[in-house]
Design a protein around this ligand. Structure first.
Ligand SMILES: Cc1ncc(COP(=O)(O)O)c(C=O)c1O
Length: 434
């Protein structure tokens, strides 16, 4: 058994000064309790008790090149030696904007923020200002950050969620103004018929459809063939903006994100996480005509820390690595993801567990269920979450760090040997759970 003694002591101490001992809700459910880490390099991370883990969390996605990537660290060191924050324009920021407009299909103009949640807010504000309409469509099970207006129907129970054909907006948390739910229309993901019904009824009051292009936050469910294309057509037909939330898919499915991968171009899109390999930056990007509302001041976006020198330098270095090596890097990431997925599935099924793995390339969801395919949020409720928690506990004991809700990320720092190490641990876990 691994020892978590130092982490446990620190966690008890943390609870006296940090609410819940953590700085983000998602960290509260870490097991056996929130752990403290002190070092991370490549595909590995070490906790304060000296336990080493092979990391498939990538810190919730950002570390696409692996931890402590030398080129990113070097770029950040040089940048901050010159100055840290000008709260004014700098050349690197301009170069980063120019880079995004080159690699992301919908990016004619760009604005930078710090987090994905902020970028989502910027896009929704733009959509309202541009269309003059108020409401927006979001899909059940999709996550677009923690702010009030989008904190609906992220992971409702079947009982709360309402009829499958007309889900109700279920607040994620207390403290959301009751009127916030009037602006959000919740629909099941991947269901064109219900989408068309909703548009016939609500198009005249709907500013935007916001969607993860792959439902990464629940089950990593890909779009059904044609679904994104139909969303695109419907938005154009009804004068509604299509917003792709590429906070997870961006720079991961392809250098130009899911919009490149699926060849469907939204009006606006949001990038963050993998863009700067662990440094805080996000971008709202989109059609010139819409983004111009920020330029002419009809619509406001601000932030003291926006385009922070360290984050911009990290983003430039990260994209440079991804882009410079894209001919080999993305096929390799996809191959590693495929090897891991097929190895996990073979091992689980040989040992007698029913599992389902869905996802694309280096991001996928693994869970225990007898379902053969899941296409929407309600389908993800068939996953045996308790069994998965037990699996994660055993994997952690074998030195593999996983996200407790089933999402896996593979980085460019993972090697074939890491996949094999992980599969050996998984086989033992499946045996123990038999
Ligand atoms: C799809 C998606 N959108 C938005 C966000 C919010 O990003 P952040 O946590 O950087 O605010 C997340 C975070 O996980 C996400 O997965």
């Amino acid at each position: 058994m691994k020892s978590y003694t130092k982490s446990h002591e620190l966690y008890q101490r943390a609870k006296l000064s940090l609410a819940g001992g953590v700085s983000s809700q998602f960290r509260l459910s870490e097991r056996p309790h929130p752990l403290f880490y002190e070092k991370a390099e490549g595909a590995r991370i070490w906790d304060v008790d000296g336990n080493e883990y092979l990391d498939f969390t990538l810190s919730q996605g950002p570390m696409i090149l692996g931890h402590s990537h030398p080129a990113v660290l070097q770029a950040v060191r040089s940048a901050i030696a010159q100055g840290q924050l000008y709260a004014a324009q700098h050349v690197a920021e301009l170069e980063l904007a120019e880079t995004l407009t080159r690699v992301i299909p919908c990016a004619e103009l760009v604005r930078f923020s710090l987090t994905g949640s902020e970028a989502v807010q910027a896009a929704l504000r733009l959509a309202r200002a541009y269309t003059g309409k108020q409401r927006f469509i979001k899909f059940e099970g999709h996550y677009h950050g923690w702010f009030d207006n989008v904190a609906f129907s992220i992971s409702p129970s079947r009982l709360e969620a309402g009829p499958p054909g007309s889900p109700c907006p279920v607040p994620w948390t207390e403290g959301i103004p009751p009127e916030a739910k009037d602006d959000v229309i919740v629909l099941p993901w991947n269901c064109l018929d219900l989408l068309c019904d909703a548009l016939r009824k609500h198009a005249s009051e709907t500013a935007a459809i916001i969607t993860e292009p792959v439902m990464c936050n629940n089950g990593c469910v890909p779009p059904e063939p044609g679904f994104l294309e139909q969303l695109r057509e419907a938005c154009t037909e009804y004068g509604i903006l299509l917003i792709f939330d590429e906070i997870i898919t961006g720079f991961r499915l392809a250098i130009g994100g899911a919009q490149s991968y699926f060849n469907v171009v939204p009006d606006l899109a949001l990038f963050g996480k993998a863009m700067a390999n662990g440094f805080p930056i996000s971008a709202v990007v989109g059609r010139r005509e819409i983004m111009e509302l920020f330029a002419n001041g009809r619509c406001i976006h601000a932030g003291t820390m926006n385009a922070h020198n360290a984050s911009v330098a990290a983003a430039l270095a990260t994209i440079d690595e991804l882009n410079g090596n894209s001919v080999t890097l993305y096929p390799r990431l996809f191959q590693l993801g495929e090897d891991l997925r097929s190895g996990l599935k073979d091992a689980a099924e040989t040992i007698g567990h029913e599992v389902l793995i869905q996802g694309i390339g280096p991001v996928f969801h693994f869970g225990f269920t007898s379902a053969k395919c899941v296409s929407d949020y309600r389908g993800t409720l068939s996953y045996d979450q308790q069994k998965y928690v037990r699996f994660c506990d055993i994997m952690r004991e074998h030195g593999v760090r996983l996200i407790g809700r089933g999402l896996w990320y593979v980085s460019a720092a993972h090697a074939q040997g890491d996949i094999e190490q992980c599969l050996r641990a998984a086989r033992e876990a499946f045996e123990q759970m038999r």
